[in-house]
Write a protein that binds this ligand. Sequence first.
Ligand code: C5P
Length: 300
Amino acid sequence: MRFCCQGPSLAVHTPAKLNLYLEVLGRRPDGYHELETVMVSVGLYDSLLFTEEDSDQTRLECRHAAPRLANTPVISTGSDNLVVRAADLLREYTGCGRGVKIVLWKRIPMQAGLGGGSSDAAAALVGLNRLWQLSLSAIELHMLAAQLGSDVNFFLDSPLAAVCTGRGEHITPVAVSQRLHFVVACPTTGLSTSDVFRQFQAKSNSVRDVSTVAESLTSRRRGSLAAGMHNALEAPARDLNSDVSRTLDALSRSGATTVLMSGSGTACFGLCRSARHARVIAGRLRLKHRGTVYAMDTRA
Ligand code: C5P
C-alpha cells in the first residue's frame, strides 16, 4: 500500500493479490471454511483519494479503469460497498462524526479472485485512520478488518507475501527473497466467492503442505514453488464457470508452465521466469484470449 498527500487529500494505492497455494481444511460451525493459503501482493493497484468533507457522511464515487466482467453487478457506491462499510465501522468504533468524499479508481477486476474489494476496504481503514487522525493501533485495525471480510487483514500491512489461516484473517508474513513474475489472465466473466465455497467438496487424500510454497519463497527454490502451487477452489470454480478451464488452457498453450487459478476465481495466472518472459506470454495470450491480460510482479 502506498500513500501520497495531495493538498488536503490523501491518495492511497492498494495492490491486488494472487494465491499461490490455497487448501480448504474444513467447514466451520459459523459457515465459513478453515483455510491455509499463501498470498502475494502484485503490482496492479486500485487508487483511493480521500478528502474530508463538512458532514458526517461518506460520499463514494467510483471510476472504472478495468473492464467490468460481463456477469458481475455494477459496483454499488452505497452502504453495501466495503469501502463505505469500512468508513461506517470506523465511525461506529471511534465515535468520530466526520465526513469524507472518496474517489475510487478500480483497476483490479471484480469477482476475479484478485482481492480488489478487500484491498479497497483495507485502504479505507488505513487511509481514514490517517485522514481523521484516529490513532487506532494495528491491533484495532486488524480487529475491524476481520469484521469486513476474510482477505482484508492481508492488505492492511500489505506484506509482499504471507501465509493466511483461519478464515484467511490470521496473517504470518513470509520473507520473499526474489521478485516473482506472473502473467495474469482474467476471463470476461466472474464468480461469486460464496458460490465457489458452496460448490467445494472436500477430498480426503490431500497430501499438500503449505510450507513447501512458503519456504520456497524465502529460499529461492523455484522448482519447489512451482511443484507446491495448488488451489483447492479451482475444481469447484471450473464446475461453475467454463471460462476458468478455457483460461487455464490458453495460459498453458501460450507457454506458461505452471498455471493456477487465484482465490475463488476467475482470474488465472502463470508463474514466469522473468519480467520479459511474462511480457512475451502476455503478448501471445492477448492474440487469442477474450479477457484482460496483465504481466505483473510481486510488489506491496
Ligand atoms: O469473508 P468474505 O466476506 O470475503 O467471504 C465471502 C463468502 O465466501 C462468505 O460469505 C462465505 O460464503 C465464503 N467464505 C468461506 N470461507 C472463508 C472465506 C469465505 O466459506 N474462509
